[in-house]
Design a binder for this molecule. Structure first.
Ligand code: PMP
Length: 503
């Protein structure tokens, strides 16, 4: 009782002194005081299995990372204005994990900063290769003489919390409190292999480019995660990104792979998830696991884009970007991944996880519509009915809370918030997967009891009417508009061909 009263007074103090919309997880928030490996411990010493932390990738409180950072802090704290063998060695080690043209790194402090910088680089390159002479105005352009660059993103995407990135994040701008889509942003419908929709990447890419052209806009960048995270743990169909990149590159658009969630060995068989799609991005942005929690983000690009960015003449300075403590964290993470064989471990544990989840799906086909993922990046698409495949966010939320009561930490995501996210630290093994699967089995049995099931079905209906239907309408209206554009374009081409034949 004393623990819960201390938690409730902490909550009261927090509500007084900390921003209210910085959300807490779970209906009754946890007070975590210590972490180790894949486990977190609350103030009473209770142990929680962390199945959702892709920041503490080489393990909570990793001793090598902690030692590397504290030895730097005890000796020096400075920035990239001084020569540093640590900085250059780290950038060399980092770029060695990437394909040949990706050679030049910039270090920043978060995934958001990395994506913001990627946007600047793409705009700088476009300004040189195809100057924006269009006179089209845009609601967000501050000056009528400089029209805003256009950008393409995926439906459901989240790319960061900065003023530059909320407009690139349908997850936010179509979500609660969002202001809707800006006219300089074009949203590619996200493929959904489970429901069989939006699978043709090339067609979607042509449609968004047509939309931008109709608005007189110059598209400078295409942002896409290599496995879609906030958009619902979606594995892109084979060849999807290759088809999209081909269309984008033809139009001179810089392709940016946001690997903030998926990078650093999480996908197991490869170090970077874009490799599963057989593409080479122009810019790769990174964050989260890069310093195992110590703030460091970055991007790697090719010499030609880096030169275009530098050619603008403006110095790039970032007070903390590339500081020696962050670099030490980054190096320790790469070393831990290598020395502990964590990429292989992610692949092995990932296959075991997949088998466990598929076996759960065969026990509970009414609730688990789809099991999908790569390595240690998985999602369970929870549905209210396996025939209609209608999303079940109330069921998903109930699964998350009931698992937490059994001390297994999960979260939910996707535009409809119905996908259970599983992305544990890479140090997780079979014992952790067994514990997760046992708890999910108990929870799913509990929710399948007729009374509880019926109660949740009623909640789903209410939630659909009140919240989900208007939210999902943004996505379906966007799809319909793009489809109309494509149809109109095809008709136009057909008419032109007929006219040519008649001439
Ligand atoms: N990109 C993706 C895909 C992310 O998931 C996030 C964070 N959730 C970001 C960018 C932004 O990273 P940060 O919170 O470190 O700014």
């Amino acid at each position: 009782a004393s623990n819960s009263s201390s938690s409730s007074s902490l909550l009261q103090l927090r509500q007084k002194h900390y921003g209210k919309n910085a959300a807490l997880s779970y209906k009754e928030p946890l007070h975590i005081v210590r972490g180790q490996g894949c486990y977190l411990y609350d103030e009473s010493g209770a142990e929680y299995l962390d199945c959702v932390n892709n920041v503490a990738s080489v393990g909570h409180a990793n001793p090598q990372v902690a030692a590397a950072v504290s030895s730097q802090l005890g000796c020096l704290y400075t920035n990239s204005r001084y020569l540093s063998s640590e900085l250059t060695s780290y950038c060399q080690e980092l770029t060695d994990t990437l394909p040949e043209p990706l050679q030049v790194a910039y270090l920043v402090n978060s995934g958001s900063e990395a994506n913001d910088l990627a946007l600047r680089i793409a705009s700088a390159a476009a300004a040189q290769t195809h100057p924006n002479t269009s006179s089209s105005s845009s609601s967000n352009s501050s000056s009528s003489s400089t029209p805003r660059d256009h950008v393409v993103v995926m439906a459901g995407a989240y790319h960061g919390h900065l003023t530059s990135l909320i407009p690139l994040s349908p997850y936010k701008f179509w979500g609660k409190g969002g202001e809707g889509k800006a006219d300089w942003v074009h949203v590619m419908p996200c493929p959904d292999p489970y429901r069989g929709t939006n699978l043709d990447g090339a067609a979607a890419a042509r449609a968004v480019l047509a939309e931008a052209a109709a608005a007189g806009g110059r598209v400078v960048a295409f942002f896409c995660e290599s496995i879609i995270s906030c958009g619902g743990q979606v594995v892109l169909p084979p060849g999807y990104l290759a088809a999209v990149y081909a269309v984008m590159h033809e139009a001179g658009v810089v392709c940016i792979a946001d690997e903030v969630q998926t990078g650093f060995a999480r996908s197991g068989d490869v170090f970077w998830a874009f490799e599963t799609q057989g593409v080479v991005p122009d810019i790769v942005t990174m964050g989260k696991p890069m310093g195992n929690g110590f703030p460091i983000g970055g991007l790697v690009t090719n010499h030609s884009l880096a030169a275009a960015f530098a050619a603008g003449g403006m110095e790039y300075f970032n007070t903390y970007g590339g500081n020696n403590a962050a670099v030490a964290a980054g190096r320790a993470v790469l070393q831990e991944i290598r020395q502990q064989g964590l990429q292989q471990r992610a692949a092995d544990t990932g296959r075991y996880l997949q088998a466990s989840l598929l076996s759960l799906q065969s026990r509970f086909p009414r609730l688990i519509g789809d099991v999908r993922g790569i390595g240690l990046f998985y999602g369970l698409d929870i549905v209210t009915c396996p025939v209609t495949k209608a999303p079940g966010p109330m069921f998903a939320g109930a699964i998350k809370e009931a698992a937490k009561a059994r001390r297994v930490l999960l979260s939910t995501d996707g535009p409809a918030e119905n996908v259970i996210k599983i992305k544990p630290p890479l140090v997780s093994g079979r014992a952790e997967v067994d514990r997760l699967a046992a708890v999910l089995g108990e929870v799913l049995s509990e929710l399948s009891a007729p009374d509880r099931f019926a109660q949740l079905q009623v909640q789903e209906q209410q939630h659909w009417q009140q919240h989900l239907a208007p939210l999902m309408a943004h996505y379906t209206q966007n799809e319909a508009r793009l489809q109309q554009l494509l149809t109109a374009k095809a008709q136009q081409q057909q008419q032109q061909q007929q006219q040519q034949q008649q001439q």
